[in-house]
Write a protein that binds this ligand. Structure first.
Ligand code: PEP
Ligand code: MG
Length: 843
């Protein structure tokens, strides 16, 4: 409040006036810039946030001060001016000052029809927006004649028990009060808060001399844009309508002109070339001097052009990127500013996979395409189940009747969201777009059968929880099963923006990629390498799964070795493929991590199948499986513990890596693989595994005669590893912080079970955020800090990184950078977001 008082509450906008968007709002500030650019802006007075707050509280400013600049018979408009134009505000009110005497004068100067039409327009907006009367009684007539005017005035008097106000000052006072109060209303508040406005966001108002757009000579109004709001390409669009005001041209069903020559109809460019040329010149000037693509609202008054307003063109995220890059390419803004202008999260909307256009689709229904991209996953019906699925590393589609704020965490965890109800501005749609999550809403022909836990399609087909569904948020299709996908392609502007970002950032960005498809996506998004390849993901399917089971059941080391020999070529093939795609960029392969029993069947049918394959009695197989079960597998026989106790698996993997290195280096760029040991908690574990891997390297070298190099590193994902990073580092070329397990173990919180109570914990403020989603800088972060410091003090050159799910988030990147980590690694789709965030942090 104090600060506001240093500005005048009522300010005539001139070249020299002191204006601020934070005091008078963005519109007032922009109008002053247009005045400074020497554009023909009608006289305008700005009311500050403070003035409007006082008006809402019933304290009116001196109306004479506001109206004096407009002369003896003022005719003005009032428009809202919130700090950020996106926060909205009450609708504009035009023609304030129209009254009987003014009407009579204007009939003489501009003709009765035009004067009556203006008076009727004002009566209509005053009656409906200010006096809040039913709109039906004040519809604009087809023939705005004296009879219609008399009817409107009578209707007003009838409803209000007083004649239509004739004093311009009283009219203005009523308009100001009504707009100020509308801003304070609950629904307006909720609406703007949803767009990011703070609870105490202020509203300014601008009072502007009317440029009539109706009357003698060429009169009219219109809107012009210089870019395509969907693509960001430079292209003039807009509408102009003779004898019109406000945004009439945009809503008119007929009679409006296109701006440029257009095969669909006549244009302003042809009909009024001088006006058009001036508009284009103003557009160029505003782009260059306001350093933005503006939409200009204009009026023509007896052939003279007036610029009423200019707002930043509302735009898609794709267009925002293109506009920022074009402005920088044209030297209007520096590349740093282009990089800073794009919200990193906005990129994710442009990055999504789409269903292969050539693939058949088993479409079960179509809803509203609410957030682009397509994704497949298992059906879940609650946010909690979505979180549980994500914690298991499973892709899921969250299906809800409609979503509410309690579902947000589940939406974060889901690959896609499908709702039965809602439209493009529903909660699911808005949040889905914000997260870059494919989303279809309003699929109203689907039914959820809660009792049976299934989704019923219009043709009667049932899809049970756990079955796979695909959501195409680009078309609105809901598809049974999992059609093939094509990766997102980046356009030139996108690449340019990220190239600039790469020039500014000072921390590396790699991708977590397990499959060739992931690796290809990572390369498409210019990841600098693979920071984490989870090799166990390569064993969960088909023949490999059977072989794994045979290996687990092998009694003697020789039997195990025989099975591993059959797995070896498969792994070698996997790695050759990854090395080929990554073309010399580093690939960090993590040795096998999960508990062995995860590869064993859990139900009777599966056990019977396994008994068949192994040719063993069912009882033996069952007993063996039971014997392997652990009370707490996440803290049991996994990671390096397997490497120490069943070393043959890691030896096979090391051999596959080395043989693939030799093969790939022969054909392409030389490969120096990085091999990472998971779940370490003691230095001796590293020593043991290192000795064996070094021995495998020597063997492969002796057998093949080939020279190759490799780097052995350690995952720091237990608290002890972080605390003992100083001596672990002595045996490692690199350390990578696995913040998923580190979070699990620091909190003593199960990754697989926390979803069940996370909402309650967050809503009661126990945790500020889900720590599996947002890196806990205070606790887990402290372990990271200690680990990094201790590792660097014993090995200053050691490479440090982070590869948990947190790796792509802005806060984790900023934290990692501040601690001197060399790179972050995140899922391929987050790579561009991470590259841009990292640049913004560095700038
Ligand atoms: C981690 O624990 O942070 C990690 C990256 O490994 P995973 O998620 O595979 O356990
Ligand atoms: Mg881990």
């Amino acid at each position: 409040m104090q600060k506001e008082r240093t500005y005048d509450e009522v300010t005539l906008i001139t070249v020299d006036a002191t204006m601020s968007a934070a005091i008078h709002g963005g519109r007032a500030k922009c109008l002053q810039r247009l005045v400074r650019l020497d554009m023909p802006v009608p006289r305008t007075v700005a009311l500050s946030f403070g003035a409007v707050r006082r008006i809402a509280a019933g304290e009116l400013p001196d109306l004479d001060t506001i109206l004096r600049p407009f002369g003896p018979d003022p005719l003005v408009s009032v428009r809202p001016s919130s700090q950020d134009p996106d926060w909205g505000g009450p609708g504009a009110i035009l023609n304030i000052g129209m009254c009987d005497s003014r009407h009579a004068d204007m009939c003489a100067t501009m003709g009765e029809a035009a004067a009556t039409s203006l008076y009727l327009r004002f009566i209509q907006s005053y009656a409906t927006e200010v006096a809040r009367l039913e709109a039906d009684s004040f519809e604009l007539p087809d023939h705005p004649d004296r009879a219609a005017l008399a009817r409107a005035l009578a209707a007003f008097e009838d409803e209000m028990d007083e004649p239509f106000p004739q004093d311009p000052a009283r009219q203005l006072a009523d308009v100001l009060k009504s707009m100020a109060r509308a801003w304070e209303g609950t629904s307006a508040r909720l609406l703007r808060e949803a767009k990011g406005a703070p609870a105490d966001a202020g509203l300014g108002l601008v009072v502007q001399a009317m440029a009539l757009g109706v009357g003698q000579g060429e009169c009219g109004s219109g809107v012009i844009q210089f870019i395509d709001a969907a693509t960001g390409q430079r292209r003039i669009t807009g509408r102009y309508l003779s004898q019109s005001q406000g945004r009439d041209a945009l809503t008119a069903e007929s009679g409006a002109l296109y701006l440029t020559k257009d095969p669909r109809g006549p244009s302003l460019e042809e009909a009024h070339p001088d006006t058009f040329a001036k508009l284009v010149a103003f557009g160029d000037r505003s782009r260059e001097r306001l350093r933005e693509e503006m939409e200009i609202e204009f009026t023509v008054e007896d052939g003279r052009l007036k610029i009423l307003d200019a707002v930043r063109v509302p735009r898609s995220n794709r267009a925002a990127v293109r506009i920022a890059v074009d402005l920088a390419a044209d030297g209007v803004i520096p590349p740093e500013e282009a990089v800073m202008r794009i919200e990193p999260q906005a990129l994710s909307e442009l990055l999504h996979r789409q269903i292969d256009p050539g693939a058949p689709r088993d479409v079960i229904t179509r809803g509203i395409a609410a957030s682009p991209g397509a994704a497949s996953g298992r059906i879940v019906f609650t946010a909690t189940d979505a979180q549980a699925a994500a914690a298991r590393g499973e892709s899921c589609v969250l299906v809800r009747r409609e979503t509410s704020p309690e579902d947000i965490r589940g939406m974060h965890a889901a690959a896609a969201v499908l709702t039965i109800r809602g439209g493009v501005t529903s909660h699911a749609a808005v949040i889905g777009r914000g997260l870059g999550l494919p989303c279809v809403v309003g699929a109203s022909t689907l039914r959820i059968d809660r009792k049976r836990g299934c989704l019923i399609a219009p043709d009667g087909r049932r899809f049970a929880e756990g079955e796979t569904l695909t959501v195409d948020g680009t078309t609105g299709d809901v598809i049974a099963g999992e059609p093939p996908m094509v990766e997102a392609a980046l356009d030139g502007a996108f690449r340019q923006l990220l190239d600039w970002a790469d020039g500014f950032r000072d921390i590396g960005v790699r991708a977590n990629a397990d499959t060739p498809a992931d690796a290809q996506t990572a390369r498409n998004f210019a990841a600098e390498g693979i920071g984490l390849c989870r090799t166990e993901h390569m064993f969960f399917e088909g023949e490999r799964l059977s072989l794994m089971r045979e290996m687990i059941f092998a009694d003697a080391p020789d039997d195990r070795t025989a099975v591993l020999a059959r797995l070896l070529p498969m792994q070698r093939g996997d790695f050759i493929e990854l090395f080929k795609i990554m073309a010399g960029h580093p690939v960090c392969i993590r040795l096998f991590d999960p508990p062995l029993h995860e590869f064993l069947p859990s139900d009777k049918a599966g056990l019977r199948d396994l008994a068949d394959i192994l040719n063993l009695p069912l009882a033996d197989v069952t007993a063996r499986v039971e014997a392997m079960e652990e009370y707490n597998p996440m803290l049991g026989m996994r990671g390096v513990r397997l490497g120490v106790t069943v070393p043959e698996i890691y030896e096979m993997q090391a051999r596959a890596i080395f043989e693939a290195t030799i093969a790939a280096s022969r054909k392409g760029a030389p490969v120096v693989p990085e091999i990472m040991i998971p779940l370490v908690s003691a230095m001796r574990e590293v020593e043991l595994v290192k000795n064996r891997i070094d021995a495998v390297a020597v063997n492969v070298h002796n057998e093949t005669g080939a020279e190759f190099d490799y780097r052995l590193g350690v995952m720091v994902e237990t608290p002890r590893a972080a605390l003992r990073a100083g001596d672990i580092a002595l045996h490692a070329a690199f350390l990578s912080f696995g913040t998923n397990d580190l979070t699990q173990m620091t909190y003593g919180l199960s990754r697989d079970d926390a979803g069940r109570f996370m909402s309650a914990y967050v809503s009661q403020g126990v945790y500020e955020e889900d720590p599996f989603h947002t890196l806990d800088l205070e606790g887990v972060g402290e372990l990271l800090t200690i680990g990094a410091q201790r590792a660097r003090s014993s090995c200053p050159e050691i490479m440090l990184s982070i590869c948990g799910e947190h790796g792509g988030s802005r806060s984790a990147i900023a934290f990692s950078r501040a601690r001197g980590l060399n790179y972050v690694s995140c899922s391929p789709f987050r790579v561009p977001v991470a590259r841009l965030s990292a640049a913004q942090i560095a700038l």
